[in-house]
Design a protein around this ligand. Structure first.
Ligand code: AMP
Ligand code: FE
Ligand code: FE
Ligand code: ZN
Length: 289
């Protein structure tokens, strides 16, 4: 049997492994295909692609975007995106600036609690353009203000805690369009972590292509439910560990093994989508010549 892990974070967002480490670990676990899906970043994709090629592993470029629909936060993974697409890179640069400003705001709130954490410490530790709350947590631990990352989230960083700052989110429709314009497929990440499934038909209506049925935090009953929903709405099926490296302990590479047949279907779907877009009969009238 061949397997894939299509949800991995590297040090270019809030993961701890370098992209090439992920390829090495993926090879140790015998994966045939891997995707790098850093939050708001495609920076690690070139290195991951090269390392996967060397290890005889198929690589799929990706990024995980944060969006909103009907007041629900949802995450979309864009697969097969062109990592040189200027529209995508411009949008990602904007999301990264928003993330950096959010870190400053989170640190200011922590400072108001008389904890003298410095934003520069967080940025130095993150050492990437796409910092997130886990980096603040790690800085709080390193500087001795918290015992571990869980304490940092429980005391300060999670929703409704004193240093929580709402995150800027684009609409689900805009996220899907951005991914499509960069030649990719838009897949709803870890739907089991969302509050409800009622949003799924609405997301299908605005062009969503797939559902991440297999995920480290999906119990078997959730996997079955999403496989059924994927069938009902003709969505591609994906899955992955959502590995963030060794900082959180779990989940890690190897926890989710997506049967390879789904990768083949994903490849077929993206080829079909691209053909549809370049075919004259599908040229939208809104594209003036
Ligand atoms: P952000 O993108 O800055 O809002 O941070 C979200 C990231 O924080 C997620 O992708 C997870 O990696 C991590 N995260 C969320 N909740 C927790 C938690 N309770 N403990 C540890 N990490 C968390
Ligand atoms: Fe994350
Ligand atoms: Fe996510
Ligand atoms: Zn993720």
């Amino acid at each position: 049997m061949k397997f894939a892990d299509l949800h991995l974070h590297s040090r270019f967002s809030d993961g701890t492994y370098a992209p090439d480490d992920l390829a090495v670990i993926g090879r140790q676990y015998g994966f045939s295909a891997l995707a790098l899906t850093d939050h708001d970043s495609v920076e690690g994709c070139a290195a991951a692609a090269a390392a996967c090629e060397q290890g005889g592993i198929q690589f799929i470029s990706g990024t995980e975007l944060t969006a909103e629909t009907d007041g629900n936060e949802v995450h979309f993974i864009g697969y097969f995106i062109d990592v040189t697409d200027s529209g995508l890179l411009t949008a990602l640069a904007k999301f990264q600036t928003v993330r950096q400003n959010r870190i400053r705001e989170i640190v200011a709130r922590i400072n108001q609690l008389n904890i003298p954490l410095q934003a520069e410490r967080v940025f130095a530790l993150a050492n990437c353009r796409s910092p997130g709350r886990p980096h603040v947590g790690r800085a709080l631990v390193q500087d001795g203000f918290c015992i571990n990352q869980d304490e940092a989230f429980d005391r300060f960083l999670k929703k409704h805690r004193p240093a929580w700052v709402p995150k800027f989110k684009i609409s689900a429709q805009d996220a899907i369009e951005l991914i499509h314009q960069a030649g990719g497929l838009a897949v709803l990440a870890h739907p089991g972590l969302n509050r409800n499934d009622d949003i799924i038909p609405d997301l299908v209506a605005v062009g969503m292509d797939g559902l991440e049925c297999y995920h480290s935090k999906h119990p078997p009953v959730a996997v079955q439910r999403y496989l059924q929903l994927a069938k009902t709405y003709n969505l591609v099926v994906t899955g992955g560990s959502d590995c963030h490296g060794h900082s959180k302990g779990n989940p890690v590479v190897g926890h989710v093994k997506l049967p390879y047949e789904h990768v083949e279907q994903l490849c077929a779907r993206v080829a079909h989508r691209r053909k549809g877009e370049s075919s004259p009969s599908h040229t939208p009238s809104s594209h003036p010549t």
